[in-house]
Design a binder for this molecule. Sequence first.
Ligand code: B4P
Length: 191
Amino acid sequence: MVNFLIFGPPGSGKGTQSVRLAEKFNLTHLSTGDMLRAEIAAGTDLGTRMSSIMSRGELVPDEVVIEMIAARIDNTEGSEGFLFDGFPRTVAQTEALEKMLNKRGMKIDSMLVLDVDHDELVKRLVLRADLSGRPDDRDPAVIENRIDVYRAKTEPIIEFCRQRGIYQPVNGMGTIDDIFERLSGFVKKFL
Ligand code: B4P
């Protein structure tokens, strides 16, 4: 199994590109954002507790997403590996993921980091608000908070991965197809 992190600030195209990469390379796409939104849509107790945190653009507690991911890893068969999208988002989540994978004879093989200008991030998320109806896309102040939270809590993971020699920056500006081609080139090297 080959395991990738797709990484970048909110609006950088992680979700968009993950769906395509997972299909092309037979990877299991695990998005903690999608899992949390599914909990909210299903009206579960967990979803209800997490929804106000998410609508403010804050991160949900580490243990919540770590537990979700562990359950999925153990229930997956038949793919070439995992594509983790929006997870990990803190160094603690990264350490937990590394342990989880090591315990099962796997590792994080590559961290693909989408680089996108700040103004472009805001533009994409504002545009998505109309289609997605997501409360965290509707308010420009919440978008800015999500980007600030990324810089403060999530970006330090880059240094962690750089030290392990798995950091791979990718230009995330341009058309969805162009970015997909760039990402595919890096993924191909491992499969
Ligand atoms: P996520 O669901 O991960 O959402 P996101 O960061 O907003 O990125 P997403 O992947 O959806 O968007 P994309 O860039 O593809 O997280 C939402 C919330 O869940 C977090 O704020 C947090 O509260 C919580 N959460 C999730 N995981 C967590 C964790 N591990 N720990 C703690 N909390 C967690 O795309 C954005 C838009 O841009 C789309 O409309 C897309 O169509 C468009 N787009 C993409 N590429 C484009 C391009 N090249 N050109 C033009 N538009 C493009």
